[in-house]
Design a protein around this ligand. Structure first.
Ligand code: DI6
Ligand code: FE
Length: 410
């Protein structure tokens, strides 16, 4: 049989089962038409193969390509001054109320061209690609008006096209209140639902819709309005929920059958039960927790007990998680939140795929799924979560095609 790619002399970590690494030693994997066509013990490799490219994995480990399922990768400007302010005692909420925070990024993003947005995000994307990321979610939310929100999403699509990896876009118009709507949050939500969201949808730029349900964001009632408008368009929802306080956001997300509820440090027992019933993924974001020096850890034991799938992502953004290392997030999910390394890795593969509605497409090594693969020079996949500041990636493939993180755009 004719195949595009054969990777042999590897160990596989498939994440095919809900827990554990899915270890298959001394194995090989075949790719045809961008999909995994066969995998198994090397000695069982079908005879008479006609292969275009053959890779000798030299005893490395092959995992699903990593998935960063929560990022705000596209923005302009800098917020590093806020890092100093926070170290000097200001809180994230203080800075936001004083006109800094998200709103300062909005100002810079509105002033940036599409090319400028693509260019600044490209270096961040490359850092993620160098660590084996083959699928990424990118949110809008730094425009807070139609044209800029659309431009951010266009930048995200362009980054996907030029890099060859899969980009899922999320419309986050309800991220913060723009200054021109000060004191009129309900009117702004009207604009989000009546104009911005329909425009993003009509342009084919929104794969999902998110909101920031928080004391410094939007209320549960306002979040519901966004979700109702989203449902009417037939798009899936996600939610920044229970990050800094318990507003019942995770339960609200579950009520709408959300793909994911993200952050969830303050999620209550009842919210955890609601997530479990809905099959909604809890996306853990240790970078923001760490950077804000938060102390309330997400209810990991309850997620485990109730069978809520846990994903792990960078939350890459200029304010609360200026981080472009998903491997570091795996480590921190273990050290700060108490995940096991296999749980952390499943959180950046199997469960991250579910958080993007891609469970049937990627995030596991299984016949028929997209050949999104990462090959690592490690003794065991747990090493990926154990080491930090070390990148053992040898190569990665998206849809069966080699990913080149340094590729110049046309
Ligand atoms: N929660 C976050 O962690 C980011 N957005 C959100 O709603 C922070 C975004 C920023 O500070 O720029
Ligand atoms: Fe976020």
């Amino acid at each position: 049989m004719r195949s595009d790619l054969l990777i042999r002399k590897v160990h596989l970590s498939t994440f095919a089962d809900p827990s554990g690494y899915g270890e298959l030693r001394n194995a090989a994997l075949l790719v045809r038409d961008g999909r995994i066509a066969w995998l198994g013990a090397e000695e069982a490799l079908p005879a008479g193969l006609d292969v275009a490219v053959e890779i000798d994995g030299e005893g490395g480990w092959l995992t699903p390509g990593l998935i960063d399922c929560h990022t705000h990768l596209v923005w302009a400007g800098s917020r590093t001054r806020e890092f100093e302010q926070r170290l000097a005692g200001a809180t994230y909420q203080d800075i936001a109320r004083a006109g800094g925070g998200i709103v300062s990024t909005v100002k810079a993003t509105r002033a940036a061209t599409l090319e400028e947005l693509v260019q600044s995000a490209r270096s961040r994307l490359r850092a993620l690609l160098r660590e084996g990321v083959t699928t990424i979610e990118i949110k809008s939310g730094y425009g807070l008006e139609t044209a800029t929100e659309l431009r951010q999403l266009q930048a995200a699509r362009q980054l996907g096209a030029e890099s060859g990896i899969a980009v899922k876009t999320t419309f986050l118009g309800a991220h913060a209140l723009p200054p021109e709507y000060a004191g009129r949050a309900d009117d702004y939500i009207g604009q989000v639902c009546g104009e911005m969201l329909p425009a993003a949808h009509a342009a084919g730029l929104a794969d999902a819709v998110d909101a920031f349900c928080e004391s410094i964001g939007f209320t549960p009632v306002q979040t519901r309005r966004v979700f109702d408008a989203t449902r009417a368009l037939g798009l899936p929802v996600k939610l920044h929920a229970d990050q800094l306080s318990d507003l019942g956001g995770a339960a609200l997300a579950a009520e709408y059958g959300a793909l994911s509820a993200d952050h969830v440090e303050y999620a209550s027992e009842a919210s955890v039960a609601a997530l479990a019933r809905a099959g909604t993924v809890a996306v853990l974001l240790p970078g923001a927790f760490y950077c804000l020096r938060e102390t309330k850890v997400p209810p990991i034991a309850a997620f485990r007990a109730q069978g809520v799938p846990m994903a792990v992502a960078t939350d890459c953004n200029p304010g609360t998680s200026p981080c472009t290392s998903l491997l570091l997030m795996l480590h921190m999910a273990c050290t700060l939140f108490g995940l096991r390394p296999d749980e952390a890795l499943a959180g950046a593969t199997r469960h991250a795929a579910r958080a993007l509605g891609l469970h049937g497409e990627t995030g596991r090594l299984a016949v028929g799924l997209r050949a999104d693969l990462a090959l690592w020079a490690v003794d065991h996949p747990r090493d990926l979560a154990c080491y930090f500041g070390h990148n053992p990636l040898i190569a990665s493939w998206s849809n069966g095609a080699a990913v080149d993180p340094e590729k110049r755009s046309a």
